[in-house]
Design a protein around this ligand. Structure first.
Ligand SMILES: [Zn+2]
Length: 393
């Protein structure tokens, strides 16, 4: 009887080899560990061949394009859908701010008005009117708002700037601008919804990682930023990550306290800044250490920090090298955390963010500014980049 040969792991384990003098790679089963001696950087990569993904939409919690696109045929169709399904996305008041009279429904140009004669008379014949999109994420987008929703869908499913640009016909600058806007949107939600991780007996791995940026690919590291973070060893893999100026004890300890619940078991490497953890006043943590320079997994205690290294790998993969400066990294980190928090339910997460955040008017550009600067400032105002939090009702 003939049998089909089973696929075998080509690489035997454990296997250590060097690609160059500074990089050490170790492969165990489907896990690849990479250690850069020069920069003391670790990478950790899981070949996820075993994960069977039968339906991506179900996995990520994003409706099929077929179901979304029918609501995006025109701005009016989109508005109808928003009013019915996600009315909180619209921030325009329901009552006239002048006379408290209920405002009418949006007209064909999507403007709401106060139809009270008295209100108009009291304001010199001026009727109160406002775009229905005022104060929403869609405010300031030129063109049909349904097109911006289409962009958001593509951003959510992880489309690249290139694929989004090709699909929408938008310029690279326009794609980048709105990508930044949606990152700011989710960052606002993550910041406001400040979550602490860990808890009594929960293991939290902490680590710092350098997000390097190479100049002209000649191996000379410039700029980049240190990022300090932690991840829970729970199925949720809750995490935090912040850009830090350095890896000093004074810098890292307050962040630990702000993000990790007392009673947690903190795992770290032997970085000297962490030695104080068991002794620091007001710190109620168990501290376990793993020596990275000797082992990836401490053979005696089986303590490892693979999870945080895997998290770094995930974040780095999502952070293009050109974005590895402090400001952009923070944005990418917030996006990563937001996506992880909403994993399996990304669509609802995005809709909730659109509902929760209100966009406030930017300051008017000063008259003294030159024309080009003024135009730029006006553009900025249009983009609605001032993010505010919706007032309590
Ligand atoms: Zn009125």
């Amino acid at each position: 009887m003939l049998t089909t040969p089973k696929p075998q792991h080509v690489l035997q384990r454990p296997h250590i080899f060097s690609m160059d003098n500074n990089i050490e790679v170790k492969i165990e089963d489907t896990v690849v560990y990479k250690y850069n001696k020069e920069d003391n950087l670790y990478d950790f990569f899981v070949k996820d061949n075993n994960v069977k993904c039968t339906n991506y939409n179900q996995t990520y919690g994003i409706p099929q394009w077929e179901d979304i696109s029918k609501h995006l045929e025109s701005e009016s169709a989109f508005l109808d859908w928003v009013q019915k399904e996600y009315p909180e996305i619209l921030k325009v008041p329901r009552f006239c701010p002048r006379c408290s009279y209920p405002l009418g429904d949006p007209d064909c140009e999507h403007i709401v008005r106060c139809n009270r004669q008295e209100c108009r008379r009291n304001h010199g014949g001026n009727q109160y009117k406002q775009s229905v999109w005022k104060g929403s994420f869609f405010d300031g987008f030129r063109g049909g708002k349904h097109k911006l929703m289409e962009f958001l869908y593509h951003w959510l499913i992880g489309g690249t700037n290139k694929s989004i640009g090709l699909h929408s016909g938008w310029s690279r600058v326009k794609v980048q601008r709105w990508e930044q806007a949606v990152r700011d949107l989710v960052a606002t939600v993550v910041k406001e919804d400040h979550q602490m991780i860990g808890g009594e007996g929960v293991v939290v791995e902490i680590d710092e990682s350098k997000f390097g940026k190479r100049k002209y690919n000649k191996g000379h590291r410039v700029e980049g930023a240190w990022v300090f973070g932690g991840v829970e060893l729970t199925p949720d893999r809750k995490c935090f990550a912040v850009v830090v100026p350095d890896r000093k004890r004074e810098t890292l300890l307050p962040i630990i306290k702000a993000h990790i619940k007392p009673g947690s078991i903190i795992r770290s490497d032997f970085w000297k800044a962490y030695d104080i953890i068991p002794f620091e006043k007001g710190f109620d943590y168990v501290h376990e250490k793993v020596n990275h320079s000797k082992h990836y997994v401490d053979p005696e205690t089986a303590v490892h920090t693979n999870t945080i290294e895997g998290t770094w790998h995930g974040i780095k993969r999502q952070t293009p090298v050109r974005r590895r400066n402090r400001k952009d990294i923070q944005r990418c980190l917030f996006e990563f955390i937001w996506r992880r928090r909403n994993s399996g339910n990304l669509w609802n997460g995005l809709m909730r963010a659109l509902e929760e955040v209100e966009y406030l008017e930017d300051e008017k550009p000063k008259q003294t500014q030159s024309k080009s600067k003024q135009a730029k400032a006006a553009d900025k105002a249009k983009k609605g980049c001032v993010v505010g939090i919706k007032k309590e009702e």
